[in-house]
Design a protein around this ligand. Sequence first.
Ligand code: NAP
Length: 289
Amino acid sequence: MRTDAAAAIIDGKAIAARLREEMAGEARRLAERLGRPPGLAVIRVGDDPASEVYVRNKRRAAEKAGVRSWEYHMPADTPREALLDKIAELNADGAVDGILVQLPLPGHLDEDEVVAAVSPEKDVDGFHAHNVGRLWQGRPGLVPCTPLGVMRLLEEIGVDPAGKRAVVLGRSQIVGHPMAALLLNAPATVTICHSRTKNLPAVSREADILVAAVGRPRFVQRDWVKPGAVVIDVGINRLEDGSLAGDVDFDAVRSVAGYITPVPGGVGPMTIAMLLANTLQAAAARARA
Ligand code: NAP
């Protein structure tokens, strides 16, 4: 652990860019083995503007890495059956290695049912119960992209979680839960905190590795952080002036942490890189089959 004056800033943007270049090479090798490029199908239902931007960025990154991508944009009033039929069609499509259904879905659609309809082998978001179960069993599978990106950042800065105290703030299915499972498998000693946790600052202060995924701007304060700790900020919060802030009070915490991720430019870029990694993992498994 570092304990000198200011934390080292973890440049997720640069790390993600390098990984994406490496993956382009891997995609080329896989294309030779498969006789076609690895393929990622994205389904977007409705016209949520944020979803439109996310999907555009994911597809752009895929194409740049030599992963073929398709987008199926369905109207907001798409009936349940039509969406499930589209997923079934993509499950059976030999050119598609990964399927992603962009969330959130319009209210009349049951997200759990939709996630369960994606074939676990093509579930590049890692949300299917099959993959969630494998993760908690410590067995290989497809893992949610954001926490996978956090683990990759730790690896990049040479921090081995084994035996360390890790505290995860947040217990959502897309970040907190899988983050805790990955750290436990690493194997760190893990505490998961949430809105009912008592004395959050004291619990957070125990962490050698503190992951904030709460969705509250600048929530984590300087005195919540053990000197030298690794602070990973997953939060992306849009402020009234339009700027972005993480879940950590970056300027204050920076003076006490050993390492810290900025927002933007920390965990965010890693999420897309890990989506590509998952797509290549799914394609490689099919190349072996
Ligand atoms: P979420 O589903 O809203 O979950 C937030 C979690 O934080 C919940 O478990 C909640 O506890 C907990 N929490 C809320 N207020 C709290 C408080 N005052 N004290 C302690 N715990 C509290 O959010 P999410 O989807 O996990 O996302 C979290 C943040 O990460 C958001 O800012 C989101 O935009 C960002 N995010 C970033 C990426 C990326 O690529 N970088 C990806 C996904 C999400 P309860 O369960 O008890 O309610």
